[in-house]
Ligand binder design. Structure first.
Ligand SMILES: Cc1cc2nc3c(=O)[nH]c(=O)nc-3n(C[C@H](O)[C@H](O)[C@H](O)COP(=O)(O)OP(=O)(O)OC[C@H]3O[C@@H](n4cnc5c(N)ncnc54)[C@H](O)[C@@H]3O)c2cc1C
Length: 370
């Protein structure tokens, strides 16, 4: 085998695509029967605007373009496009106005309250409308992407197979060894099974998020929706002069939201249901419990921004992703091995571009499709 990818989350599948496009014979191995980690539990929100300036923003732009090309080919519906960053406070409005004027604001515009589309509330101070984003349903998108890689790119999948070790030219699995010229390890939040020292060098911890699905509210979202809590959390709005005042106001007015790392993302599914979140709790072993208080705080923020009838929760789940000071890393424990981890909760938005960088680190380049 030319290249073995360990992990069939979005980071692993992105590497399988890049390697197949570089003409390599690829096998993907995962210990689960199907992707079930962060890549299945997220919003499916491929976000550009608000990503940290530099590598993360550049990777997000590139990855979003790859999603836009892969989705129709793989039969993955794009459920909506764009982002409405709703400003509840004048300081948030000043921050999005500053963003729109800056280099990452190209294509974005600020809407006045009277121009806000339903279901956004008219009491808002305004909203930034970004055209760059797209949204897929992760629980459908991941299996379709894997199946398309299998049928159209001849990628082989070995599910229910744990990888115990990687040595020069050989991957040791619970179903026997596999010979491999190159290996890319994409283990998500497993920091210990493979190359623990290479991973420990980046000091990742786990971040737990709480997520909800609400029954169809009877309207359709024109785009994904976020709010002031996201303006202070997303590093791309980082140097707006009004941000310190906005942070101070949020600390005074929504301290419980800040303490639980809550910020609002609302996206919609094909059946009209809404996926809403989320909170952020960090640690080596975050507890698995969903807090009623956290849920109430998330819904309170959603109702401050949207005309949301009494919400009916139809699903709840937790997700976990690795978090570290660097937004992502590609580590090279040996000449033929790479360990790749997204450590900023942005894997759906950045994995395709990161995979191209990994291939380049082997001296390979994916062919651009005609
Ligand atoms: C609730 C939530 C919401 C999020 N929302 C967004 C969003 O909207 N947009 C965005 O860009 N990002 C979002 N993220 C972040 C994003 O989901 C992650 O960055 C991304 O999914 C990480 O992908 P991954 O492939 O590294 O990990 P995973 O999806 O966790 O996959 C890792 C895989 O590796 C396998 N594995 C590990 N070790 C072994 C081994 N030794 N042998 C065999 N298999 C192994 C595991 O079984 C697993 O399937 C969110 C994350 C969460 C949790």
């Amino acid at each position: 085998m030319d290249l073995v990818v360990i992990g069939a989350g979005i980071v692993g599948l992105a590497h399988a695509l890049a390697a197949a496009r570089a003409g390599l014979a690829v096998t993907v191995i995962d210990r689960e029967a199907r992707a079930n980690g962060a890549s299945t539990r997220n919003f499916g929100f491929v976000t550009v605007t608000g990503q940290q300036a530099g590598d993360t923003w550049r990777r997000a732009l590139r990855s979003c373009a790859i999603w836009a090309e892969v989705c129709p080919a793989a039969g993955i519906p794009i459920l909506h496009r764009g982002l409405l960053m709703a400003a509840r406070r004048t300081e948030a409005l000043a921050a999005i106005e500053a963003f729109a004027r800056g280099p990452m604001g190209e294509g974005c515009r600020v809407l006045a309250p009277r121009a806000l589309p339903h279901p956004l509330r008219q009491e808002l101070a305004g909203a930034l409308l970004s055209p760059h984003e797209l949204r897929v349903e992760p629980r459908e998108a991941l299996p379709r992407l894997a199946s398309w890689l299998e049928t159209q790119h001849r990628v082989r999948f070995r599910w229910r197979t744990h990888v115990r070790g990687v040595e020069r030219g050989r991957v040791d699995t619970t179903r026997g060894p596999i010979a491999a010229d190159r290996v890319v390890v994409c283990p998500g939040n497993d920091f210990l099974s493979l190359f623990p020292d290479a991973i420990a060098a980046y000091a990742p911890v786990r971040c737990k998020l709480s997520m909800l699905r609400l029954a169809d509210p009877g309207w359709r979202l024109p785009a994904a929706v976020m709010s002031d809590l996201g303006v202070v959390r997303y590093l791309g709005y980082g140097d707006a002069p009004s941000l310190p005042t906005l942070r101070a106001r949020l600390q005074a007015e929504q301290p419980a939201h800040l303490a639980q790392g809550i910020h609002l993302i609302v996206v919609q599914s094909a059946d009209g249901s809404l996926v809403i979140g989320d909170s952020h709790l960090y640690g080596d072993t975050p507890d698995p419990f969903l807090s009623g208080e956290t849920e109430a705080l998330i819904l309170e923020e959603a109702r401050a921004v949207l005309h949301l009838p009494t919400p009916r929760v139809i699903e709840r789940w937790v997700g976990e992703y690795p978090s570290a000071a660097a937004p992502a890393f590609i580590s090279a424990p040996s000449q033929e091995t790479r360990v790749v981890m997204v450590t900023s909760g942005t894997g759906m938005s950045t994995a395709f571009a990161l995979a191209e960088e990994t291939l380049a680190s082997f001296g390979l380049a994916p062919a651009v499709p005609a």
